[in-house]
Write a protein that binds this ligand. Structure first.
Ligand SMILES: Cc1cc2nc3c(=O)[nH]c(=O)nc-3n(C[C@H](O)[C@H](O)[C@H](O)COP(=O)(O)OP(=O)(O)OC[C@H]3O[C@@H](n4cnc5c(N)ncnc54)[C@H](O)[C@@H]3O)c2cc1C
Ligand SMILES: NC(=O)c1ccc[n+]([C@@H]2O[C@H](COP(=O)([O-])OP(=O)(O)OC[C@H]3O[C@@H](n4cnc5c(N)ncnc54)[C@H](O)[C@@H]3O)[C@@H](O)[C@H]2O)c1
Length: 446
């Protein structure tokens, strides 16, 4: 066994761990990072980035379909093999590049599973790492359903590596992953099912917009099975049979489970460092320190913090952890968090919900706009383009916004800027936006 000593040891090389490691190293501390899978973590290897490449092809296909007979003769079709090869160009070099950039910055790297021996000592294989500060940035992994036949249920990691897209694919869970991946498979012309255990999918988004999205996806061919539990999966010849109560039965080629993700805390031997946790993750205070050990921090998907499991949020948490390790006492203060479901059309939200605004009619005004007939959306022949903006009745400042359209990702980011700067939609009257563009519609949302 070899023993090493550092100012900081980070466990996990995803968006959060990488941020802490680079930030503390660039300010002069001795830093080591430990990773048990490929260097780079979820977002760049198994999440946002590869997914968005597939979404790009779905967008191109859908746009050409919408313009069929309007100047486009034939809609584009997806070649899954070519698309996966293109996606791979974004992923294949990441681990090597990330490892090299750690080493070039003087961050020492350990490959293996880290586990606590005591509150300042970790074991990684044959190595013992002692540290003044330890950062848990171990992320989360897909929940596994506890039903017979769960070995036939694959994960989002598997979907993003499918060498062939089967004719029929079923997603379990009505969250981000099922909706986004269903959109991709639908654009590729496949039979798509989403099974959800209640009648409220995408529950963090505006229910009216979710209902509108579901209707549209249904019209386009997605089979939704709401209020449907499943009790087993069986292999029948070359298909899989999913069954559940009330004679529910469905035959499909591939099943992807997307029923949420659980923090990666097993095998860390947290009890050896008296680190408290719940099923939501490592318990942390506002400075992202663990409860019994101020020098042990947790950030990102593994932390039971108030921040959503989204890349910009985990990176912000990591920056706070780095500042605190460097001697500041910074509490995390989350701004309004924009979020997008990359379906077609996209669904986005920021700030307070419509329900919250409706509970305080004296304080908030809700402006609902059906923008489908606006030039921006007629030109792209979108059948659905909706917006709801919540403003403070006193200040006119934007406090929440919700969009459903192909431009919903851009619109929500404009709202994030407005909200950060405490601007009103009227303030924008004096800004010149290039025309015609979605941004030049902003003032009309007033
Ligand atoms: C399919 C998918 C799509 C997504 N799309 C988006 C999106 O569009 N936009 C968005 O904002 N967010 C998206 N997310 C969420 C986003 O990817 C995560 O919130 C973010 O990547 C979490 O980063 P992290 O650093 O906390 O954890 P991770 O990136 O998961 O990194 C944790 C690392 O720790 C390692 N590890 C775990 N345990 C140990 C151990 N004991 N020893 C050593 N190493 C260990 C793991 O191998 C892993 O590499 C998506 C997620 C998924 C799954
Ligand atoms: N665009 C994005 O930003 C993006 C995309 C993908 C993932 N993510 C992140 O990754 C996380 C994980 O994504 P996800 O889609 O797995 O989780 P999710 O939390 O978005 O959705 C999981 C859904 O599965 C349902 N569910 C739970 N148990 C079930 C069961 N037994 N049967 C049927 N349905 C069940 C839940 O009610 C929930 O609606 C997200 O919460 C998000 O933080 C973000």
């Amino acid at each position: 066994m070899t023993e090493y000593t550092y100012d900081v040891v980070v466990i996990g090389s995803g968006a959060s761990g990488t941020t802490v490691a680079f930030e503390t190293r660039s300010r002069g501390l001795s830093v080591a990072i430990v990773e048990e899978r490929s260097w780079g973590g979820t977002c760049v290897l198994r999440g946002c980035d590869p997914k968005k490449v597939l979404i790009g092809a779905a967008e191109a296909t859908n746009f050409s379909k919408r313009l069929r007979g309007k100047g486009i003769k034939q809609a584009a079709t997806i070649s899954w093999t070519e698309l996966m090869a293109f996606k791979e160009t974004f992923v294949e070099d990441v681990p090597e590049q990330r490892l090299r950039s750690f080493q070039d910055s003087g961050i020492e790297t350990f490959f293996g599973k880290a586990a606590f021996q005591s509150n300042n000592t970790l074991q990684v294989g044959e190595d013992i790492l002692k540290a003044k500060n330890i950062v848990l940035a171990t992320g989360a992994a897909p929940n596994k359903m506890k039903i017979p036949g769960n070995e036939y249920i694959q994960t989002s990691d598997d979907f993003l590596s499918l060498q062939e897209l089967p004719d029929s694919i079923t997603f379990i869970g009505g969250g981000y992953i099922s909706f986004e991946f269903a959109s991709i498979a639908l654009a590729a012309g496949k039979e798509v099912h989403i099974i959800h255990h209640n009648s409220k999918p995408l529950k963090k988004f505006d229910p009216d917009f979710v209902a509108a999205l579901v209707s549209l996806m249904k019209e386009e061919g997605v089979h939704f099975h709401f209020d449907t539990d499943i009790s087993k999966v069986e292999k029948k010849a070359d298909t899989l049979e999913i069954s559940g109560p009330n004679s529910f039965s469905l035959r499909t080629d591939v099943i992807i489970g997307a029923t949420g993700r659980a923090p990666n805390i097993a095998h860390l031997n947290l009890e050896n460092a008296q680190i408290e946790y719940t099923r939501k993750g490592i318990s942390v205070n506002k400075n992202l320190q663990t409860v019994n050990n101020p020098h042990i921090y947790a950030c990102g998907d593994v932390a039971a913090s108030k921040g959503a499991a989204l890349t910009p949020v985990v990176s912000m948490e990591a920056a706070i952890v780095a500042e605190n390790i460097l001697g500041k006492q910074v509490a995390i203060d989350y701004p309004a968090i924009p979020s997008v479901v990359f379906t077609s059309p996209k669904l986005s939200s920021i700030g307070i919900s419509i329900a919250e605004a409706q509970e305080q009619p004296d304080k908030y005004e809700i402006k609902s706009h059906d923008t489908t007939e606006w030039y921006t959306y007629k030109r792209t022949n979108e059948s659905l383009a909706l917006a709801k903006i919540i403003t403070d009745k006193n200040t006119q400042q934007v406090k929440g916004a919700h969009f459903l359209s192909e431009e919903a990702d851009y619109m929500i980011n404009y709202m994030a800027l407005l909200m950060k700067a405490n601007l009103t939609l009227t303030d924008l009257q004096t800004v010149l936006f290039a025309y015609p563009s979605p941004a030049s519609d902003l003032t009309a949302l007033n």
